[in-house]
Ligand binder design. Structure first.
Ligand code: CA
Length: 230
């Protein structure tokens, strides 16, 4: 699958040239002419793999766009290459303050840009594998960190609830019987009954709030993580 690059650039000619060159290299491109469109374009499915972000935009600074991408769970993993003009605040751009992965200074050669894009994407891919995040619509789970987010909000789940949610989500669309869940989530602890499963699913649903209906009850059988809700 080819990587999707969101090109954020208010100068149409430059945007068109970049898009043309990236497509020729096998990338898919999406265009945004200002910061508002950039945030919208980064949040739309399929999510871009990388944002090429011009620093000077008509409605907000590129640094601000980058900061918002980084502070939003659904976009925080997207790679960002900042495009700056000579003399702009490069230190701040690549510093921790904003969180861009790399930058290029205008005027740059297409070749240089392509090399940087390739390098950043490769780096990102590696860290993503290490992190093993799974997602479904607004829901995101980080297996290693045992953290879950709904949109931008982190869910306060117990270890058990996390395991339950993770088990259901990683088998989404497939019905899990109470016995299966007992085995895989509770490791068949003595004293745990199928009623325990029901109680915990109920509690998990409460914590999921708006996403509670992601978990469907299959009467008399068990539970299933839905593939259609939302
Ligand atoms: Ca500009």
């Amino acid at each position: 699958m080819s990587a999707l690059v969101l090109i954020v650039e208010d100068e149409r000619d430059i945007a068109a040239t970049l898009s043309y060159n990236l497509q020729r290299e096998g990338y898919t491109t999406r265009l945004a002419a200002n910061g508002t469109e950039a945030l919208e374009g980064a949040n739309r499915e399929p999510r871009p793999d990388l944002v090429l972000l011009d620093l000077m935009l008509p409605d907000m600074a590129g640094t601000e766009v980058c900061r918002r991408l980084r502070s939003t769970a659904s976009t925080r993993e997207i790679a960002v290459i900042m495009v700056t003009a000579k003399g702009e605040e490069i230190d701040r751009v690549v510093g921790f303050e904003v969180g861009a992965d790399d930058y290029v200074v205008k005027p740059f050669s297409v070749r240089e840009l392509l090399l940087r894009i390739r390098a950043v994407l490769r780096r990102r891919q590696k860290s993503e594998v290490a992190r093993e995040r799974i997602r479904f619509q607004e829901l995101q789970l980080d297996e290693a960190a045992h953290q879950a987010w709904l949109g931008e909000e982190e869910l306060a789940l117990t270890a058990l609830e996390f395991r339950l949610l993770h088990t259901l989500l990683s088998r989404k669309g497939r019905v899990q019987t109470r016995d299966t869940l007992l085995e895989d989530v509770w490791n068949m602890d003595p004293g745990v009954t199928t009623r325990t499963v029901d109680k915990h699913v109920q509690r998990l649903r409460q914590k999921l709030g708006a996403a509670a209906n992601y978990i469907e009850t299959i009467r008399g059988v068990g539970y299933r993580f839905s593939t259609t809700q939302g």
